[in-house]
Design a protein around this ligand. Structure first.
Ligand code: NDP
Length: 447
């Protein structure tokens, strides 16, 4: 049977763009439909603009610290709009690059919403109907908003990059990635920040000692936390002030409420049922190891599936899909030892098993830690300590987990993750000569 395309991708985010480009390089005729902007969450309203805001936020402390290093820094003002506009301009630039990449690979970019109408059929918002031998769903995830009265007064991370002004008081609901990253950003911009968490833990999934250190540093900096806080409603006063009310305890007054309460697969009205694509109990598309759904001609990659909600993982899934289906090279993604980081202030990062997970898996383990004040913090008079932690399987001496919080932790951990992924032992770390003076040298000096 003849189809209009060999591959029709729905969603031009990280996973979809990679799959489209590689499939086309393998000789497939490819189209991508995107209802918003090419680049997806990571480029347009996630990792990239967030990281640029973090760079911007860091200057608050850097400018203060500079005085201890001999610089006559005058009192400086911060202009939110200048940073916002520069960041948005860079997002535009990147969107252009992503679009060019697709065009230069002869991928047709269709700036419209697409809905699946059958195993090989898609209908576009314009009414155009298209057929394809394979369809790839790469529509990502969408923020979840808790169902409480007045939720419409809050925003999500999607809107944070577009704010007209920096809020004087901000309440962030959730204790995960987005909550901790934006708490650090807005605190540096001098906002009064309150994190509202329904439970007692931040950043579940990361090592407990590292999370505790982040909490301790955040509290010392002046970020407020409300734990075990069950929200009742959000009210808006005439002057625009928002008031978050709880089942118990004092309300929180603020100028902006942000919901950072997780993201769910973006599948609403996508027409999956018309092709018999099955969904799991978390609302994600069910796929096999090759990203194939219950419909043999439809695949799915990235956050719309229930694997790891991380950009580099979506990219690998998209690439593996294209190689498998169009490159005559069937391959799956290895989800073992995927490093991850939270760009909080300071950032934290981890790879492999936490202490608790390793105990459950191996029984006997050894823990090595280095709790130190980075040299720069000492001269700056900044009483903020870094913590590195190595988890070792006591039987084989293999390093099975590495966790750290401190300046540049994600940069250091990415390199060290290679060693953990390769299954190196504690002895092999110790055999490597330290690079002095650096923070990373602590990794080969752990006692
Ligand atoms: P997370 O899953 O990290 O955290 C969600 C938080 O919201 C948790 O503290 C959770 O509490 C809480 N929560 C969930 N539902 C409710 C509710 N109904 N009411 C109150 N609190 C609730 O999600 P984020 O939104 O922070 O981020 C979404 C995803 O985006 C992340 O999972 C991550 O994969 C990705 N991301 C990655 C980044 C990175 O790699 N640096 C940066 C930003 C996002 P509890 O713990 O009790 O479940």
């Amino acid at each position: 049977m003849d189809y209009d395309f060999d591959l029709f991708v729905i969603g031009a985010g990280s996973g979809g763009v990679r799959a489209a480009r590689v499939a086309s390089a393998h000789g497939a005729k490819v189209a991508v439909a995107e209802e918003y902007r090419v680049g997806g969450t990571c480029v347009i309203r996630g990792c990239v603009p967030k990281k640029l805001l973090i760079y911007g936020a860091h200057f608050a402390e850097d400018l203060k610290d500079a005085r201890r290093f001999g610089w006559n820094v005058p009192d400086c003002d911060f202009e939110w709009k200048a940073l916002r506009d520069n960041v948005l301009a860079d997002v535009d630039r990147l969107e252009g690059l992503y679009t060019n990449t697709l065009s230069s690979h002869d991928v047709e970019v269709i700036p419209e919403r697409a809905v699946i109408t059958g195993p090989h059929a898609v209908k576009l918002a314009s009414g155009r109907e298209v057929t394809a031998k394979y369809i790839l769903v790469a529509t990502g995830a969408w923020p979840v908003i808790p169902e409480i009265d007045g939720a419409e007064h809050g925003v999500t991370s999607n809107e944070l990059f577009l704010l007209d002004e920096c809020p004087k008081r901000i309440a962030i609901v959730g204790g995960g990635y987005i909550a901790n990253e934006f708490a650090g950003i807005f605190h540096q911009f001098d906002s009064h920040v309150t994190i509202i968490n329904r439970g007692g833990d931040l950043l579940r999934g990361y090592d407990a000692q590292i999370r505790d250190r982040l909490l301790q540093i955040s509290v010392t900096k002046g970020i407020n936390f409300r734990f075990h806080a069950k929200m009742r409603k959000i009210e808006k006063d005439k002057d625009g002030t928002l008031c978050v009310r709880f089942e118990e305890g004092e309300p929180v007054a603020c100028d902006l409420v942000v919901f950072a309460t997780g993201r769910k697969p973006h599948i609403d009205d996508l027409g999956l049922e018309s092709a018999g694509v099955e969904i799991n109990d978390k609302g994600a598309i069910k796929v096999d190891d090759y990203s194939k759904t219950s419909c043999p001609s439809i695949y799915a990659v990235g956050d719309v599936t229930d694997r790891l909600q991380l950009t580099p993982v979506a990219i690998r899934e998209g690439h593996a899909f294209a190689d498998t289906v169009f490159g005559d090279n069937p391959r799956t993604v290895d989800y073992g030892c995927v490093p991850s980081a939270v760009f909080s202030h300071p950032p934290l990062a981890g790879v492999g098993l936490t202490e608790r997970e390793a105990k459950e898996k191996y029984g006997t383990i050894k823990i090595y830690t280095s709790d130190f004040r980075p040299m720069k913090n000492v001269l700056a008079g900044r009483d903020e300590r870094a913590l590195y932690k190595m988890v070792v399987d006591a039987t084989t001496n293999r390093v099975v987990g590495l966790h750290m919080i401190g300046p540049d932790a994600p940069e250091i951990l990415q390199a060290a993750a290679v060693a953990v992924k390769a299954g190196l032992t504690k002895q092999e770390f110790d055999d490597t000569v330290a690079l002095h003076p650096s923070m990373a040298e602590e990794l080969v000096l752990l006692k």
